[in-house]
Design a binder for this molecule. Structure first.
Ligand code: CA
Length: 231
């Protein structure tokens, strides 16, 4: 890896021992690592260091993880993996809704963290190649080069993951896609989180598009999966 820039990982975690453990493991794997033990300081480091991935604890001093994630998303689509304590289910969903790409429940195996890091890094380096065009479904248009979505003339604000899910559905308009297909395509083959993440994101898209514009874009085939259809 000598002539390649090492991916830089920013860890924002106030459990000093855990942060230190992750830091050492990641350095051992060849990553550059910056650690912050505080929300506000972590956000500052994010702005100054331009990391490739952020590992972000939920409960932090001075600024909680949800708020840090929300502020990162105002200016950046850098992947964010939230670290949550066991049983914080509602917080997980809120974390994803605020633009996190993935979440992990503590305690976790370091191998699992490494696998998910590879997924988000690969997805990041793989974006922006080939088959770019403007896709449409009814009055909805997706500009895959500009990463923008419009309904008629109105911009639809989506998180990166919501965008990827919508693009996959509309690219395969009128074809039923199983949860597994969606998971593999949008979250990656070695995604090892919870499979209901697909349903959670379908719900986000429905809220932002179907409900908002009073259309039926995303359809459910019970027990099979989902598809997009011109309204
Ligand atoms: Ca904490």
């Amino acid at each position: 890896m000598d002539d390649v820039k090492k991916p830089m990982i920013l860890i924002i975690e106030d459990e000093v021992k855990l942060a230190r453990f992750i830091e050492l493991e990641l350095k051992h794997e060849g990553y550059d690592v910056t650690v912050s033990n505080d929300g506000r300081d972590g956000l500052e480091r994010f702005e100054n260091s331009n990391p490739d991935v952020v590992l972000l604890d939920l409960m932090l001093p001075s600024l909680n993880g949800i708020e840090v994630c929300r502020r990162i998303r105002k200016t950046s689509d850098t992947p964010v993996i939230m670290l949550t304590a066991k049983g914080e289910t509602m917080d997980k969903v809120t974390g994803l809704d605020n633009g996190a790409d993935d979440y992990m429940t503590k305690p976790f195996a370091i191998e699992e963290l490494l696998a998910r890091l590879r997924v988000v890094l690969r997805r990041r380096s793989g974006s922006g190649n080939g088959t770019d065009s403007v896709l449409s479904a009814g009055a909805l248009t997706i500009d895959t080069a500009r990463h923008t979505v419009k309904y008629a003339d109105e911009m639809v604000e989506l998180t990166k993951r919501e965008f990827e899910l919508l693009e996959y559905l509309v690219r395969n308009k009128n074809i039923v896609l199983s949860r597994e297909q969606i998971l593999n395509k949008v979250w990656g083959y070695d995604y090892i989180g919870e499979t209901n993440v697909v349903d959670v994101y379908i719900r986000y898209l429905r809220t932002k598009i179907d409900d908002k514009y009073n259309i039926r874009l995303i359809h459910t085939i019970r027990g099979v999966g989902y598809y997009a259809k011109d309204d």
